[in-house]
Design a binder for this molecule. Structure first.
Ligand code: DC
Length: 224
């Protein structure tokens, strides 16, 4: 059987992980897996059900009803299904970000999604992006990168993205959201956001997309 290779890309929100990981995957002809989208899909179910995001017990009790699935469209993009419904667009609503951050801190939720993520890496060579891919999900990954940037740079990128989509949310609000989410993701007791010891650190604060992509590809090729 052909050997599967895993590239794990972790880091805080807004570091450019998903855009860069998608491009890296296309370049290497690997499957791109956005694990944040899987967490968002589980969170969407709970959000729609009106469950308080801090009610870990209520959320854990609903997990057997939740069936998140990935599929890849003709466009090659990852789509998310929630119990058969395509929620790819809906999971991007900004209100869901902090809610997902809270849901993703619940141990039962993390355990629930572990096999789904690992199975993908068993079946395909992957570029998987998330928070704990190099540390917990795929500790054996051949290549691990930790992608980061200053909070202000990450907030500015997200703010521009939102503005392009027609949102008038102020920059200060986006920055506060980025900082709060970093705190939540870093300080949770289970699978906190942290750099794996054997991960390469790439800071994209002062690089544009193309420069960051070349940095990543060089680091990956060195290790593969
Ligand atoms: O990458 P994102 O912003 O779409 O992720 C949404 C939330 O999901 C984020 O606040 C942290 C959480 N998450 C996680 O805990 N573990 C992952 N592997 C991916 C995302």
């Amino acid at each position: 059987m052909e050997k599967r290779i895993s590239v794990a890309i972790d880091g805080p929100s807004g570091a450019g992980k998903s855009t860069l990981a998608r491009k890296v995957a296309a370049e290497l002809d690997f499957l791109y897996v956005d694990t944040g989208a899987i967490y968002r899909t589980v969170a969407l179910y709970c959000y729609r059900a009106g469950i308080d995001r801090s009610d870990g017990e209520a959320i854990a009790a609903r997990l057997p009803e939740i069936h998140p699935e990935l599929f890849y469209g003709e466009d090659g993009l990852q789509h998310m299904l929630l119990n058969g419904e395509d929620v790819t667009e809906e999971i991007r609503q900004p209100e869901l970000s902090l809610y997902t951050s809270a849901v993703s801190a619940i141990p039962a939720v993390r355990a629930f999604l572990l096999d789904l993520q690992r199975d993908l890496a068993k079946k395909h060579s992957v570029v998987m992006d998330g928070r704990d891919i190099g540390t917990v999900v795929l500790p054996q990954a051949e290549v691990k990168m930790f992608l980061t940037a200053a909070p202000e740079a990450r907030a500015e990128r997200r703010w521009k993205e939102l503005r392009e989509k027609g949102s008038a949310v102020p920059y200060e609000e986006v920055l506060a959201d980025v900082i709060l989410r970093d705190e939540n993701d870093k300080n949770r007791p289970i699978a906190p956001l942290r750099q794996a010891e054997d991960a390469v650190l790439v800071d994209t604060t002062n690089y544009d997309l193309e420069e960051s992509l070349q940095l990543l590809l060089n680091a990956i090729r060195e290790r593969m």
